[in-house]
Write a protein of this length. Structure first.
Length: 213
């Protein structure tokens, strides 16, 4: 089994809870047999934002034009992200809620792989066809506030967005989610909340490792 872990927080584990979730997952997976685990750190990669430069690059590829440096970097980054997803049986995302959504770097990674003919396509009637139904996804998310209540759920655009993209459009089976929330809103219980969540991360990793036996 090939597991790709997309790390989307550059804060040290002493400060970033989703960074601690990533480290807990990786530490637990060290004991797994028959599994290949790789990390795609979105903050360590060269990832120019998607925009007109990429569309210019596509046009030049068709017409034989010479690519600029940024155009070549975009094509390389996009291909690297697509190759990483293609090689994975399971994709694990460790990410925080920042300003009600995901970090811009993670969004750029999604922009690279959110491609017709790669992650999805349309049939002759215009119906969406999911192209990644053979892959599985796990979400490890941390958010300092509480967004699981009916009143706040609609404003949470991180986990909901990830579900809609990877489950809804791409067709991956979301096999596990661990969400640590409320540790900033309830500082007196922060250690307890975080520790309980990290134990769940370890359980998820252990369960995944057992599936490879």
């Amino acid at each position: 089994m090939n597991i790709l872990v997309v790390k989307a927080n550059d804060r040290p584990a002493t400060e970033g809870v989703s960074s601690r979730m990533y480290e807990t997952f990786m530490e637990t997976m060290k004991e797994a047999n028959g599994v290949n685990v790789s990390t795609y750190d979105v903050f360590a990669q060269d990832m120019p934002y998607l925009g007109q430069d990429l569309f210019n690059a596509f046009g030049k590829l068709q017409n034989g034009g010479e690519l600029t440096d940024v155009e070549q970097r975009l094509l390389n980054a996009k291909q690297k992200a697509m190759d990483a997803i293609s090689a994975a049986d399971v994709v694990v995302f460790a990410f925080p809620l920042w300003n009600l959504t995901i970090p811009a770097r993670l969004h750029t990674f999604i922009d690279y792989v959110y491609a017709a003919g790669f992650a999805f396509k349309y049939d002759a009637q215009g119906n969406l066809i999911q192209l990644m139904t053979d892959k599985k996804a796990i979400f490890l998310n941390a958010r300092g506030g509480v967004y699981s209540t009916p009143e706040a759920a609609s404003s949470e655009m991180a986990v909901n967005y990830m579900r809609n993209v990877f489950g809804g459009v791409f067709g991956m089976e979301i096999i596990d989610e661990v969400i640590i929330e409320g540790h900033n809103a309830n500082p007196s219980k922060a250690s307890e909340i975080i520790e309980e969540g990290l134990q769940k991360v370890a359980q998820v990793a252990t369960k995944l490792a057992l599936q490879t036996v």
